[in-house]
Design a binder for this molecule. Structure first.
Ligand code: HEM
Length: 500
């Protein structure tokens, strides 16, 4: 044992053996008093926490965000002061697969960032796509159900996926991206990240702007065909973790440039689309990208579980100068994530090292419960209620968001015309090269093959409204199942603005 640390119980007492059970005689049964054995087995039974209900498979890293351009005319957020450097935790993920899923499956990728700012943590919990499948939170649990396993077969069900999408034509924009080359990025370094929703910024003068966040990869886009992905999965299911971990260990740090799109508050009502509809992008011609700063991920966490599995990203984590918008999906997410964290991690999950603010003091009046790691009311034992006479923490009115005018009758609104849902996917489809279209069709064939003819016909009807060539191409690919075309290598990983 000489210079090795002494093995102890969790209570700090020395452990006499970690190899041989205490038994009644050399061949006898174990004694209940061998508490160390009991504790060891009990701890093993508690090593897993519930996996995330979505985005269960993920890869993470630590790094820095640096502001390179001045956007203080739009926001007073300290994280955006020119020259500011902020520590960041990232986690990228697939949506549907369980925590052991293969990394290069065709899926949307999550792109989560936690900025440990001076004003507390700001989380951007986005995807590698600028839009989403549905625009109302009522539809989210059902959508996810179609992505997970069938209750009887316990298998993923293409029939359920396309049955659902065919009934939600607004999903065709996102499904087009999913079935395109962008459906399988080679690893997280070669994909963009988007806040996806419309958020808000406000400046010192209290003027509000609507904003979209775009993190553009500096490594360039790179994607696998189905055939390439199948080959990789045949040799390793963990290719993202390997690529990311090894790149960072080798000092080859991935970087992204942050851009924003900005819309004046009063212009939101003047667009021919709803700027708060998560199934739509903002045209870059009207809302050009404005450069903000650089994100560099440069550190592997010392312990994956402690930092990446315990990470609790939530759209509810905003800081003064950055706010929400009327996007109803975003509104629902503001509730849903912290609720998930209380269940998945425990009451005071914000005290875990991954989630605790690193650059801001924490003072709140939420008290007991699991994981109460903090002591008496942050050094002030009498200030455990508010208001109090003991100089306990008080609210800071300067953090208040500017007032937002909201009017209209409370009702459940269906979008008046679905036609607008097909305009942007049409533009995207028309931008694809012939080879990109061939791969799109073939990817559909791979995904839809097992679907019933009825569901296929319903989906063709949706595609027909996007573009007749789109419907015809997918139909033909499904009928011929020409999987060879899938092997056309991806040589044209160009940016497709309509998909940005
Ligand atoms: C994870 C709910 C839409 C991106 C999660 C989790 C929940 C959830 C409960 C698991 C959280 C955890 O256990 O830590 C919802 C609901 C949505 C919605 C209710 C719609 C109403 C979206 C959208 C995006 C998104 C539109 C992207 C734009 C993510 C990401 C994660 C995630 C990236 C993984 C976070 C991480 O890395 O830990 N979502 N989600 N979700 N969601 Fe959503």
């Amino acid at each position: 044992m000489a210079d090795k640390p002494r093995l102890t119980t969790t209570a700090g007492a020395p452990v006499p053996s970690n190899q041989f059970s205490q038994t009644a005689g050399p061949r006898g049964p174990i004694l209940l008093q061998d508490y160390q054995l009991i504790e060891k087995l009990a701890h093993q039974n508690r090593e897993r926490i519930p996996e995330r209900v979505v985005h269960a498979k993920g890869w993470g890293a630590l790094g820095t965000f640096k502001v390179t351009h001045d956007i203080t005319q739009y926001t007073c957020a300290k994280v955006f002061r020119p020259g500011t450097k902020t520590e960041v935790l990232s986690r990228w993920s697939t949506v549907a697969g369980e925590s052991g899923a293969a990394d290069v499956e065709r899926d949307v990728r999550g792109f989560s960032l936690k900025f440990y700012t001076e004003d507390g943590n700001w989380d951007m919990v986005g995807n590698n796509t600028p839009i989403f499948f549905v625009r109302d939170a009522y539809k989210f649990p059902d959508f996810i159900r179609t992505q997970k396993r069938h209750p009887k077969t316990n298998l993923r069900s293409p029939e359920a996926m396309f049955d659902f999408w065919a009934a939600q034509p607004e999903s065709v924009h996102q499904v087009t991206i999913l079935m395109s080359d962008r459906g399988i990025p080679t690893n997280p370094m070669h994909m963009n990240g988007y806040g996806s929703h419309t958020f808000s910024l406000w400046n010192e003068k209290g003027e509000r702007y609507w904003v979209k966040f775009h993190f553009k990869t500096q490594q360039g886009h790179a994607h696998y065909t189905n055939a390439e992905a199948e080959k990789i999965i045949g040799s390793t299911r963990e290719s993202y973790q390997e690529d990311l971990y090894n790149a960072i260990e080798a000092g080859d740090f991935p970087k992204w440039t942050l851009y924003i799109q900005v819309m004046n508050e009063e212009d939101a009502g003047k667009q021919d689309f709803n700027p708060f509809d998560l199934t739509k992008v903002w045209p870059h011609g009207d809302f050009p990208l404005i450069e903000v700063g650089e994100l560099e991920m440069n550190r592997n966490p010392e312990n994956y579980f402690q930092i990446v599995e315990n990470a609790a990203f939530s759209p509810s984590n905003v800081v003064p100068g950055i706010g929400y918008s009327p996007d109803k999906m975003l509104q629902a997410r503001v509730f849903s994530y912290a609720d998930a964290h209380r269940y998945r991690l425990g009451t005071h999950y914000e005290m875990l090292p991954a989630n605790a603010p690193r650059a801001a003091a924490v003072n709140h009046y939420h008290k007991d419960g699991s994981m109460r790691f903090f002591s008496n009311d942050f050094g002030n034992p009498n200030a455990y209620y508010e208001p109090n006479q003991y100089d306990g923490p008080v609210a800071d009115e300067s953090a208040k968001e500017p007032p937002l005018r909201i009017d209209g009758d409370a009702d459940r609104y269906v979008q008046a015309s679905e036609d607008a849902d097909f305009v942007q996917p049409r533009k995207l489809f028309e931008m694809f090269s012939d080879e990109q279209k061939q791969r799109l069709f073939a990817n559909y064939a791979g995904a839809m093959g097992p679907c019933s003819q009825e569901v296929k016909e319903r989906w063709y009807a949706v595609l027909e409204r996007v573009h007749p060539d789109y419907a015809a191409g997918v139909r033909k690919a499904n009928e011929t199942m020409d999987s060879d075309v899938n092997a056309v290598p991806i040589t044209d990983d160009t940016e497709t603005e309509a998909a940005e």
